[in-house]
Design a protein around this ligand. Sequence first.
Ligand code: UDP
Length: 324
Amino acid sequence: MKTILITGGTGFIGSNLCKRLIENENNSLICVDNNYTGSLDNVRDLLNNPRFKFIEHDIIQPLEIDEKIDEIYNLACPASPPAYQGEKAIFTTMTCVYGAVNMLELARKHNAKILQTSTSEVYGEPLVHPQHETYRGNVNPIGIRACYDEGKRCAESLFFDYNRIYGTKIKVIRIFNTYGPLMDPNDGRVVSNFICQALRGEDLTIYGDGSQTRSFCYVDDLVEVIIRMMASDDKLLGPVNTGNPGEFTIKELAELVKEKIDKNLNIIYKPLPSDDPTQRRPDISLAKEKLNWEPKIKLTEGLDKTIEYFAQKIKSEEKELMNI
Ligand code: UDP
């Protein structure tokens, strides 16, 4: 039996990862989350499984676990700009930095392998396109996104220092924009906003002129590469870009969502938040070469599955409201 600890386990990517890992009967999971942006609802179907344990804990604080841990996936951190900025900014950096130290200490104590989910945000406003892992980024260290971007950059440096100083077995991936079922409808990110707005018959809100680009990866593809990275040779430390290289403007995404849900919906334009990256696309040649991985699910197919998920979620929320 392998004991695997997942921080951020009730969040969007974390809960999808838990569901996939529990399918292997040799895995026993410890899911850790403070439920700030995650929700127990995302793992409710796992709570009765004897191979699944939930611990409510904030990784800013050290964590002690009695049973022997073999692997740690460190996902805990709010990841949506409205959730990680503003009054949560200091908390975000602390989650990245103290969280990394606490989880690296836990890994050291248990001699466990530890995977850090870093982010495409380490590239900031990229001056190189597409972004390869060797590109060192262009982050504004005093901007409103810095709490997340610099927090994640510092976490990467901590991971590599633990490896150099203590020989800790580390893995670092850089996740690009990801979407799919178990996203929070109120997450505030573009895919969840557009789909939920369209399903409710509201205007779609484009920030700026919609010419900025993002590359969207369906969550099942991402979970696959996270698990492959953990299972890879100990010598592969990363960082490895994980994302879908298909690049779309935000305007194109809005049109696609309209097309799928209701062609008559309006698009309205709102101010572009500061430091919002102009373009973003991963170079995934390293993941292809080392992990034999590339995404399989195209945006149009992934959006269909995500629309189905949000449609059900909105319906059940409306039912709940009517019962009150
Ligand atoms: N965005 C938008 N409308 C929304 C939410 C986001 O136009 O309702 C834009 C946002 O300004 C950014 C892009 O969509 O340019 C992706 O935003 P998201 O928050 O999803 O991801 P991130 O900025 O972290 O890549």
